[in-house]
Design a protein around this ligand. Structure first.
Ligand SMILES: Cc1cc2nc3c(=O)[nH]c(=O)nc-3n(C[C@H](O)[C@H](O)[C@H](O)COP(=O)(O)O)c2cc1C
Length: 202
């Protein structure tokens, strides 16, 4: 059987979610999947971007990452979405991409795929779970199969978010615990998508 296809689709202004998304892509690849790492289009005005040197720098550092397209969703058996929290909700940039998926939704092309989400916020109680749950609302509408990490691996007792990998960026960039947690989350996504693929082919 062909390996499952996994798309990691994210938005990151200053690099935190990008680091998590890269680790998710690594984890999915290591678990045997074909992987596409994709950033969604930046929509903020130039003046806003340049008001934060880390934001502009991150854009320049990630010019090699391909922008997400609807085909990435159509191609994927499983999708991991990453976004920083914005007042406890997903970023407008990721939501804008999601809001272009109407045609795929109408054709039933988003149904039955595995979906999972990860996030980052500056503070520990800054809305990580509400951000992931907001993305889950989309997955329900798509008829998706939501695969959270839960407490299904010892790393989850260190990283501590059963909803999806979540990093507190106020503590610095993602360290080995967060990166290992997101690699684990990706592996669980791949394992579930593979089991579904085998089951559906039987
Ligand atoms: C408009 C805006 C709203 C934000 N809202 C929150 C928030 O509600 N809680 C929080 O802890 N951090 C909040 N943040 C901070 C980011 O979520 C945080 O810095 C995140 O780790 C950035 O990820 P990135 O480096 O991938 O862009 C906000 C940032 C911006 C610009």
């Amino acid at each position: 059987m062909e390996p499952v296809n996994v798309a990691v689709i994210y938005y990151s202004a200053t690099g935190t979610v990008h680091a998590l998304a890269r680790a998710a892509a690594e984890g999915a690849e290591k678990a045997g999947a074909n992987v596409r790492l994709r950033k969604v289009r930046e929509l903020a005005p130039e003046a806003a971007i340049e008001s934060n040197p880390a934001w502009g720098q991150h854009i320049r550092d990630t010019t090699d990452v391909v922008e997400a397209a609807l085909d990435d969703l159509a191609w994927a058996d499983a999708v991991l979405f990453g976004t920083p929290t914005r007042f406890g909700t997903p970023s407008g940039q990721l939501k804008a991409f999601i809001d272009t998926t109407g045609p795929l939704w109408q054709q039933g092309q988003l149904v039955g795929k595995v979906y999972s989400a990860l996030t980052a916020s500056t503070t520990a109680h800054g809305g990580q779970e509400s951000t992931i749950l907001a993305l889950s609302n989309v997955f329900y509408h798509w008829g998706g199969i939501i695969v959270p990490p839960g407490y299904t691996d010892p790393i989850q007792y260190q990283s501590g978010n059963p909803y999806g990998t979540s990093h507190v960026s106020g503590d610095g960039p993602p360290g080995e615990v967060a990166l290992e947690a997101v690699r684990y989350q990706a592996r669980r996504v791949v394992d579930t998508a593979t089991a579904l693929k085998i089951g559906r082919a039987a």
